[in-house]
Design a protein around this ligand. Structure first.
Ligand SMILES: Nc1ncnc2c1ncn2[C@@H]1O[C@H](COP(=O)(O)OP(=O)(O)OP(=O)(O)O)[C@@H](O)[C@H]1O
Ligand SMILES: [Mg+2]
Length: 158
């Protein structure tokens, strides 16, 4: 990383693949100007899900979340950019999709609170832990992206 950029972790949930929305969602991050630094398709098992969703593991709705997240493959991604954790959460919209802001991913593409298209890290600290949980160092890519760094002002870079 060249300056004070952050990285965030994103999961395209099973409904995104089932509904053929992988391109639609990924395009939004590309158009926003984020840099893709890792991506892979995978199946999530119970142990990984319990770790990832530790903050909701004792909720009544958790078994449903786990069954849904195991129901078909997901796509894990890592995106880089200035204040990207917050930027991606804004792009996603709130958990309850049917009342998420129009224009957001959940607001435009989903109605459910559970099947809500996407997971995104909610803090820089959690992003670091989630990236380490889902990707090995070899799966993360450092490269120069020609249309990327120039969009930031000197002040933003400082
Ligand atoms: N009341 C609920 N009923 C059913 N599923 C829920 C409910 N609340 C949350 N979930 C599911 O658990 C996930 C994690 O909940 P969390 O509170 O972390 O929301 P989030 O941060 O918006 O979503 P995510 O962590 O997936 O990005 C939600 O995305 C959703 O799939
Ligand atoms: Mg969350």
């Amino acid at each position: 990383m060249q300056f004070k950029e952050e990285r965030t972790f994103v999961l395209l949930k099973p409904d995104t693949i089932q509904r053929s929305l992988v391109g639609e969602v990924t395009t939004r991050f590309e158009k926003k100007g984020l840099k893709l630094v890792a991506m892979k398709m995978m199946r999530l098992d119970e142990a990984l899900l319990r770790e990832h969703y530790a903050h909701i593991a004792d909720k009544d709705f958790y078994p449903g979340v786990e069954a849904f997240m195991k129901s078909s493959p997901v796509i894990a991604m890592c995106w880089e950019g200035l204040e990207v954790v917050q930027a991606v959460r804004i792009l996603c919209g709130i958990t309850k999709s049917r009342v998420a802001d129009a224009g957001s991913i959940r607001g435009d593409l989903a109605m459910s609170i559970a099947c809500n298209i996407i997971h995104a890290s909610d803090s820089v600290e959690n992003a670091k832990a989630e990236i380490a949980r889902f990707f090995t160092a070899e799966e993360m890519f450092e490269y120069k992206k020609s249309d990327y760094e120039d969009v930031y002002t000197e002040e933003e870079r400082a």
